[in-house]
Design a protein around this ligand. Structure first.
Ligand code: ATP
Ligand code: MG
Length: 374
């Protein structure tokens, strides 16, 4: 049997970047032989094993055939006669379809090295069309490698457009889509992920609210600024959904099966965007309007979430709203200092306690705000 290093590790080494995890392909072996050598089988569907010492993944060479629509329905064929080239052929992009043998020699039947040097993300074969997840992976690799000059090869873009037109993206399960989006949000240039999806038509299926050019531009500008900071998935996702109404953000997050924390921060961000824009036109004083917003965000129980929200607003909102975000932060720092226990000790109870807390918070916000804002 022969063992080859494959996929991302070979690619990243050729690009001169750190190799995170190494994947191996084993040709000419059976599962029993692997088990006899002390490998542990993982995953019931695929013949994939963990090395007894390094814990790295060793997969028996395999071929895949699509049987149904969407991500389900792949039949996997693995046997000692499956060649390395057959295994590489089922992979998504040529730069991901290179291998290195035990002597360190590059095995590159699909010219991945040429594409790597020409900075092209190109599909290995027409079988690319069998798995729509590859559209999202390609967009994600574009987001990662765009700063190094990579782009999606025109033929691959054409193929992705056909796949979308044939309805392939409609059949992706939300969990897989979310996993790719979540990863994409933390790539080098996350905006590129959404641009590639727009270019092939997949964005209109996945986040139709952003198919309007102006809305996408607003989302990408927000995402760029938020992603320049050390920000969480929740914060980056909220930036993407910024052009939506709070209600739309909730509906979209739920359709995508985004985690609740992502949905909630997106909802708050969209709500605050509108509320801060309307702030001057409210009849109440600015202080009480800000207090209402702090209530809405449940600052009192969710201080860390509020900080995350304020950071997104501070970077994602247009410049003319920036002073209002500052006022909101000043109000939050002032109001959060009110200690309900002290008021309780002063004898306030029940409804009166609630009113006293509110009055004290309002007073402190008014004192803290610059005079022009009161
Ligand atoms: P990363 O640095 O993100 O780990 P990677 O290239 O190693 O990038 P993995 O998701 O770890 O990507 O997958 C390992 C290899 O398996 C890829 O390089 C690719 O050859 C192949 N692969 C993974 N998913 C698919 C897919 N859906 N279709 C085709 N090939 C795939
Ligand atoms: Mg990998």
């Amino acid at each position: 049997m022969q063992t080859y290093l494959v996929g991302g590790a070979v690619r990243d080494e050729l690009l001169g970047i750190d190799v995170k995890d190494r994947d191996w392909v084993v040709v000419g072996a059976t599962p029993d032989e692997m088990l006899a050598k002390g490998f542990k089988q993982v995953g019931a569907d695929f013949p994939v094993f963990l090395h007894p010492r390094t814990r790295e993944e060793y997969a028996l060479a395999r071929t895949e055939r699509k049987q149904g629509r969407g991500y389900h329905g792949f039949s996997v064929y693995s046997a000692p006669d499956v060649t390395l080239e057959e295994d590489l052929k089922r992979r998504d992009l040529t730069i991901n379809a290179m291998a290195r043998d035990e002597c360190g020699e590059l095995v590159d039947p699909f010219h991945g090295l040429e594409d790597l040097q020409a900075r092209q993300l190109r599909h290995v074969s027409p079988a690319f069309a069998e798995d729509p997840l590859r559209i999202l992976r390609t967009a994600r690799f574009a987001a990662r490698f765009r700063p190094m000059g990579f782009e999606v090869h025109p033929d691959t873009m054409t193929l992705m457009r056909q796949m979308v037109a044939e309805g392939e993206v409609d059949h992706l399960v939300p969990e897989r889509v979310w996993q790719e989006i979540q990863r994409a949000l933390h790539e080098q240039e996350p905006g590129t992920f959404f641009e590639v999806l727009r270019d092939c038509g997949a964005l209109a299926v996945l986040i139709p609210e952003l198919s309007d050019d102006d809305r996408l531009a607003e989302a990408l500008a927000a995402l760029r600024r938020v992603a320049q900071q050390d920000t969480s998935t929740e914060q980056r996702f909220a930036a993407v959904l910024l052009p939506l109404s709070a209600e739309q953000a909730v509906t979209r997050s739920e359709a995508m099966k985004a985690p609740n924390d992502c949905r909630d921060l997106a909802r708050l961000t969209c709500h605050f965007k509108t509320a801060l824009a309307d702030l001057s036109s409210t009849e109440d004083s600015i202080a009480s309007a800000l207090l209402e917003l702090l209530d809405h965000a449940d600052l009192w129980r969710r201080e860390a979430r509020f900080e995350a929200l304020a950071q997104v607003l501070d970077h994602a909102l247009p410049d003319d709203l920036r002073t209002r975000v500052k006022a909101l932060q000043i109000a939050a720092r002032a109001a959060v200092g009110v200690n309900p226990r002290e008021l309780l000790a002063q004898g306030f109870k029940g409804k009166a306690l609630g009113e006293a807390i509110r009055a004290e918070r309002l007073k402190r916000i008014e004192q803290a705000l610059p005079v022009s804002n009161r």
